[in-house]
Design a protein around this ligand. Sequence first.
Ligand code: BDR
Ligand code: CA
Length: 311
Amino acid sequence: SHPIIFDTDPGVDDAQAIAIALRHPEIDLLGLTTTYGNVDIETATHNALLLSELAGRDIPVAQGAAGPMVNPRHPAPAHIHGANGLGNIELPDVKGKKDPRNAAQFIVDTVNARPGEVTLVAVGPVGNLAAALQLDPALTEKVKRVVIMGGSIREGGNVTPVAEANMFNDPHAAQRVLNAGWPLTLVGLDVTHRCVLSQAHMQRIEAGQGELGKVLAGSYAFYREFYREFLGIDGCCPHDSCALAWLLRPELFTTAPGHLSVVTEGIAEGQTLFAPEGRGFIQDRWSQTPLAEVCLEVDGEAVVEWIADTL
Ligand code: BDR
Ligand code: CA
C-alpha cells in the first residue's frame, strides 16, 4: 500500500479526493495537512477534520499556510466552492482537534519516521511543502515521491489565461517545490480537464458513502452549477482526485519528462513552463533545473469510472 500525506485546501474536489484517500484499500493515509486556497486556513482545517470524522476515521490533521510566501493573498471567489468550501451546504459540528504541530513540521516528522516510504500528494497551493523543505532540506532524499495537482502545460489556465489556481495562489512556493530535486509528478489541467464526473457518477458515490456521501453530493451539486454556468460543461472536473488516480493507476496517463518553472511575477504570474527533456535548445538555461514527470494525456473516462468505483 501507499503511505501518503495529503496536503489540501478543501474545496469540493478536494473533498472527493480526501474521501478516496480515506477509503481506498491501497492508500495508507498518514495525515491531512491543510493550506489556504479555495478557502481560508481555518475553514480548510475544519473541513479536513469533518471529512475524516464522517468517514469514521481519526486521521491527524495539521494546519499550515494561511497565505502565499511572498505575494498578497487572492481570496478565492465564493461562487466556485461556496463560502464554506463545501458548496454552502449545512455541515455537522466537528468533534476532533487538529494536530498541535504546524503542517510543515508534521510533514518533516512523518517523512523522517519512515525514510524512503512516504509520498506527498499536494492538491492546493504548495506553501506547506516549501516550508517543510526549509525546515529539512534533506527531505528531497527521504520522500518516496511528490505528486502535485497543479499547473497547465498546453491547456491554458483557469484563473488567468495562463495560470492554474494552485500555482497562481503561491507561485514562489511552487517554483521552489517544482525545482527541489525530489522525484516529482505534475498532474495539471492538461489531464484534469479531460475528466468529467457526471451526476450519474455522483449518484453512485452518494449511495455508497453514508453521511460522507451527503456532503460529497451536496457540495457537488453546487460545484456543478459553477461548471454549467461558467464553463458550459455538464459535470465537474475532479482535479484533485486525478493526483490519486495517477498514483494508483498510472497506466491511465501519458507522461513526459522535462524541466518545470513557474512564473512568479508580472502578467503571466502563476504560469507553468515546461521544457521537454533532451530537445537540445540553443539556450540551455531551461535545462539547469531538475527533471520532473509531467502528465500530458489521460483516459478521462477510465479515471472517472475509477473514482466512482473507489467510492
Ligand atoms: C485546483 O484549484 C482548486 O480550486 C481545486 O481544488 C484544484 O486543486 C484546480 O485548478
Ligand atoms: Ca484543491
